[in-house]
Design a protein around this ligand. Sequence first.
Ligand code: ATP
Ligand code: MG
Length: 267
Amino acid sequence: MASERNTNFIKIDGVSHTFQTATGNLPVLDDLSLSVPKNGFTAIVGPSGCGKSTVTRLIAGLLRPNIGGVWLKGEPVNSPRDIVGMAFQNPVLLEWRSILKNVMLPLEIVPNSLSSVAREQRALDLLKLVGLSGFEDKKPSELSGGMRQRASLCRALVHKPEILILDEPFGALDAFTREDLWQTMHQLREKEPFTGVLITHDLREAIFLADEVVVLSGRPATTQFKQEMMERGPRSIDQLYTPRAMETLNILREQIKIARQNEGTVS
Ligand SMILES: Nc1ncnc2c1ncn2[C@@H]1O[C@H](COP(=O)(O)OP(=O)(O)OP(=O)(O)O)[C@@H](O)[C@H]1O
Ligand SMILES: [Mg+2]
C-alpha cells in the first residue's frame, strides 16, 4: 500500500472537465490520466490553451473535475492542501512587505510549530540557498525579475511542501537568467527533495529539469505522449547539447506539432 502511494504520489485518473462559459460548454480535459512518483519531477508541455493550468488547479484542489479524480498520497483531493506549494509566471509578491516577510508569509498561514525566530531562520536559509542573501530587507520592486522569481520559489517552499507545482515560472525571464534558475531548482531539490510538476512551453527546460516529460494533446487535452529522461538529479547545461538530448528535443517537438495539428478536431 505504501509503495502504491509512493508510485502514485500525485495521481490524476480519468479526468474530464468542461467549463460552462457565456458562449457555451468548453471541454478542456478529456480522460486525462497521469501520475508522478514520490520525489519525481514531471514536466507537462502542450499547445497554448490546451488545459495545462487547469491541471495544476486540479492538483492544488482549487478546482474539482466533472469526471474522474485526483489523489495526493492516496487521498482524494477535495480542497486546497498545505502539502502543496505553487509558483507562477508572475511572482505575486506583496510590495508593502520586505522580501524576507514575503517569503515568511506561508508560515503565517499554514499551521506549524515553528517559533518566530525559527520561521525567520528558515526563510533566511532559503534566501541564502538561492543567492539572495543581503536582499532580505528590500521591497519586491527593488529586485530584478529573476531575483523576484527566486524569492517566489523560496516562498513556495518555505513551509516544506511535499509537492511543488510550477506553472511557467521562468517564462518571463531572459535565457541566461532562466538557465541560472534551472540550476537553482536542481539545488533546491537536492537539498530538500519534493515531488514536482512543471508546466512549461520551453522543451529544453522540460528536458533539463524533469524525470519525465508528458505531452498533452490539443484541447480537450489528454495524455498524448510520455518520455522518460535518462538523467536524474542535477545535470550540467552542456548535457542539453548532447546528441541524445537533441534527439529527445526533436521527438518532443514532433509531438507538439501533432498536438497542435489535432487541436479542435474533437469537440
Ligand atoms: N474558469 C474558467 N472558466 C471558463 N473557461 C476557462 C476557465 N479557466 C480556463 N478556461 C479555458 O480553458 C482553456 C484551458 O485553459 P488553461 O489555462 O488550462 O490553458 P493552458 O494550457 O494553461 O494555456 P497557456 O499555455 O496559454 O497557459 C482555455 O480555453 C481557457 O480559456
Ligand atoms: Mg497556463
